[in-house]
Design a protein. Structure first.
Length: 376
């Protein structure tokens, strides 16, 4: 049993984590309905109050508070994606709360809620099971970071259960990688692998690789694609082999490259985002952009994509600098898994948004600002 003691100063962030985690853990549940959206609304309220508490200029913070609440209500009324708002709020919430506490709170809630959803009705798609179980594995590795045997034991049980329930290939590959890297991080030979500077850029590398694969696929499938020029870069012999490779790889990842390519061709992308429209008849029996990287580009836009990549690079650099091995492993897994599944921009699956806030030493920033005012 997890023991959770809440101090007075932690009530607001605790309630924020409880409501947000419950809401996202019930996404895809068979009996999910609009009423559950109240959980998100309550989470936004408590998150805004937490942010308000630590901003010195109360007038500005009041405006920000009102804006975030109104924007959330507006986006929810349209059935639009509110994950950008929640991600930003989670970074701010993470600035003033010990990250280990947040992990404990999320784990305390997510485990029982996911179990409840599986037992009572189940999820509408195996991907929801896979992503939730994968997140629980990563949470357990961090929560039990001081006890390797307990961490591996809990992670292994969840891994076996998740593999059996979801039968998801991406879950098996990515969570296997997480466990292998965790074992390596605890032996001298593996430490060099975990502490490689390469991982600092794993998010933009994964994004670029994802886009290149999609562009190559589009070049060989869509005659009027903007990427058709790729076919002219290689001799016919190489073109044939490249086409065979990309088609085979698409099959290996369960058609995710095809879905991403179709989405980019159909909806495109823009500077501000908001390109996806799931109400449009695509002419396909099944359509959903699973890739978190492609969703980042199309839903959040080119500007937020660049900003997000800069933030993730900074985050991985801080993990590397502070030798936070488990968070480095989590970042690697999230980045690679996001090429295939929607685990990047959802706080419900990517709890690293809180870690970003925890790695921003806001007290030092405030001290510098005060000194500048006094010097000025």
């Amino acid at each position: 049993m997890y023991k959770v003691k809440i101090s007075t100063k932690d009530v607001l962030p605790f309630l924020y984590c409880i409501f947000i985690t419950t809401y996202y853990s019930l996404r895809g549940w068979k009996f999910n309905n609009a009423i559950i959206g109240i959980l998100l609304f309550l989470g936004v309220i408590f998150g805004c109050l937490q942010i308000f508490k630590y901003i010195e200029n109360k007038v500005i913070s009041s405006i920000i508070l009102a804006f975030l609440i109104l924007l959330s209500v507006y986006r929810m009324s349209l059935g639009s994606d509110t994950r950008l708002i929640i991600s930003i709020m989670s970074i701010f919430v993470g600035m003033h709360v010990e990250f280990y506490k947040i992990v404990r709170w999320i784990l305390y809630v997510k485990g029982p809620v996911v179990l409840f959803a599986i037992v009572f009705g189940g999820y509408t798609h195996i991907n929801y099971v896979a992503m939730n179980m994968g997140t629980l594995v990563l949470l357990e590795l961090y929560y039990n970071k001081d006890n390797i045997y307990k961490a591996l034991g809990m992670a292994s049980v969840l891994y076996i259960l998740g593999s059996f329930l979801s039968k998801s290939g991406s879950f098996i590959i990515c969570i296997s990688l997480a466990i292998v890297l965790y074992v390596l991080s605890n032996i001298k030979v593996g430490e060099k692998i975990i502490h490689s500077r390469l991982w600092i850029g794993i998010f933009p590398i994964s994004l670029l690789l994802n886009l290149v694969l999609v562009w190559i696929y589009s070049a060989y499938v869509y005659s009027y694609s903007d990427t058709y020029f790729i076919r002219n870069l290689f001799p016919s012999a190489i073109n044939g082999n490249l086409k065979m490779f990309i088609m085979a790889f698409n099959q290996f990842v369960s058609g995710r490259i095809n879905l991403a390519a179709f989405s980019l061709e159909k909806f495109g992308y823009s500077f501000w985002g908001g390109n996806l429209d799931y109400k449009v008849d695509t002419g396909l029996p099944y359509f959903l952009v699973d890739s978190g990287m492609i969703l980042l580009l199309q839903d959040w836009g080119f500007l937020m994509m660049i900003i997000s990549m800069v933030i993730f690079v900074f985050m991985m650099w801080r993990f590397w600098k502070n030798r936070q091995d488990i968070l480095i492993i989590t970042g690697i897994v999230v980045a690679l898994w996001s090429m295939n599944e929607d685990v990047l921009i959802s706080v419900g699956m990517n709890f690293l948004f809180f870690a970003i806030g925890a790695n921003l030493d806001i007290s030092k920033i405030n001290d510098r600002m005060r000194r500048r005012k006094l010097e000025g």
